[in-house]
Design a protein around this ligand. Structure first.
Ligand SMILES: [Zn+2]
Length: 423
């Protein structure tokens, strides 16, 4: 028996416009995720009529987001031309403030990195406004670069290592930066305006959450349920459930580094005692792996240099380094086992410094998962190393900014005038 009111029957014009935008986004997403395909195939896969699919593709073509490419091969009957993504017209921009660096990265609609920059910075030795000045200087450079390449930015998402209230776009608390209640997005907007960039949407997010978003692969089912552990001086992460990042009520979910694992342990930067971060953060590793006068602790070294030296020692078989990695890997596995018991993920992704030193950390993590997870064979959860390197968070930020284009392709920024008159 058919219901007389179909849930898809939409009559109000405003609803119809919203439905149209949603369908445009659906087609655009499908072409990005599954590659070029004919209009009739798109129609069949998305449950649209051929006429509707043609009309949607036509509108996306006018917006400059798709084009007709080669004839589709292997199609039954009359082959149609494939609709393909025009990746290079629009980009999203990610920006990051971390304890020892600021960074930016632009990713186009097809997921290609088109500009990237990074600057080592001792953020704790600087005032907030100085750090944000440095970030926006970097950002303005990246924006000029993408515009020179003829790509229009859809927005900027700033990631900060701390608790972020996404709604008020404020960093509520960033213990490792020493920031409290800083309206970062607004301050970035003011500086962009002073630099001649107006009207670009600026969002704010937690950098480890962004690093987790960067790990989501819409066509890989294993990536729909995962725990991402992001290690730097601080430790954060993200829980992806059913393909979406778990955000919680305020957006504060994913503060995995402040899970208390050792109440009799060491004080944490957040003011509590025995947080997971105190035993797996980069400082804990450095303390276990080096003596106080070890050159690896030199604060002027970049994170990459430090990790490179530790990796080199591990490769040489240095006992102190290997012991420290085993100890940190054990703690990493102890916490990961608790998370696996609670969340039943398909994969645990080690990101940030955990990935760089992953070949030495992973065996201890797997050992602890085997011992600490109630389900047989650790529930089949695999431990994988992120391949995104130090750019995971900025890449995630760029992808978040691009989401607006997939949510509403009609709002994608228009091609800018080549002589720069849009500024
Ligand atoms: Zn803590």
């Amino acid at each position: 028996v058919h219901s007389t009111t179909s849930p898809l029957r939409v009559t109000a014009p405003a609803d119809q416009a919203a439905l149209r935008r949603a369908h445009l986004g659906l087609v655009l997403r499908s072409v990005r995720d599954h590659g070029p395909r004919s209009r009739s195939r798109l129609a069949a896969e998305l449950g649209l009529t051929r006429a509707a699919a043609s009309s949607l593709v036509g509108e996306l073509e006018e917006l400059g987001l798709v084009r007709h490419g080669a004839r589709e091969r292997g199609a039954v009957g009359r082959p149609g031309t494939a609709v393909e993504l025009v990746g290079s017209r629009v980009c999203g921009v990610g920006a990051e403030v971390n304890v020892d660096h600021v960074a930016t990265l632009a990713v186009d609609l097809a997921g290609e990195v088109i500009a990237e920059s990074r600057r080592g910075l001792d953020t704790r030795g600087l005032a907030q406004h100085e750090v944000l000045d440095e970030l926006v200087t970097l950002l303005l450079g990246t924006l000029s670069e993408v515009e020179a390449a003829g790509v229009s930015p859809a927005g900027v998402t700033v990631g900060v290592a701390g608790l972020v209230d996404a709604r008020s776009r404020t960093v509520s608390l960033a213990p490792n930066l020493g920031w409290r209640d800083v309206p970062v997005a607004e301050l970035v907007e003011e500086r962009l305006l002073a630099g001649g960039v107006a009207g670009l949407p600026v969002e704010l997010d937690n950098e480890a959450n962004l690093a987790a978003i960067a790990e989501i692969d819409p066509v890989d089912p294993c990536r729909a349920d995962m725990v991402v552990l992001f290690g730097e001086v601080g430790v954060g992460g993200g829980v992806v459930a059913d393909g979406r990042l778990l955000r919680g009520r305020h957006g504060w979910a994913g503060e995995l580094g402040h899970m208390i694992v050792d109440p009799q342990g060491r004080p944490c930067g957040c003011g509590r005692v025995g947080c997971w971060e105190t035993v797996i953060g980069l400082r804990a590793l450095l303390e276990a792996a080096t003596l106080p006068d070890d050159p690896v602790r030199d604060p002027s070294l970049t994170l990459e240099d430090r990790l490179g030296q530790l990796a080199e020692r591990a490769r040489r078989g240095d006992a102190r380094t290997l012991d420290a990695l085993h100890q940190v890997g054990g703690w990493l596995g102890t916490g990961a086992a608790a998370l696996v018991n609670i969340l039943d993920p398909a994969v645990v992704v080690l990101s940030g410094y955990f990935a760089v030193l992953g070949q030495w950390l992973r065996p201890a993590v797997e050992e602890q998962l085997g011992a600490g997870v109630v389900a047989p064979q650790a529930g089949g959860t695999r431990v994988v190393l992120s391949t995104l390197g130090p750019t995971a968070a900025v890449r995630g930020g760029a992808l978040v900014s691009l989401e607006s284009v997939f949510t509403d392709p009609t709002a994608a920024p228009r091609a800018r005038v080549a002589n720069g008159a849009s500024r």
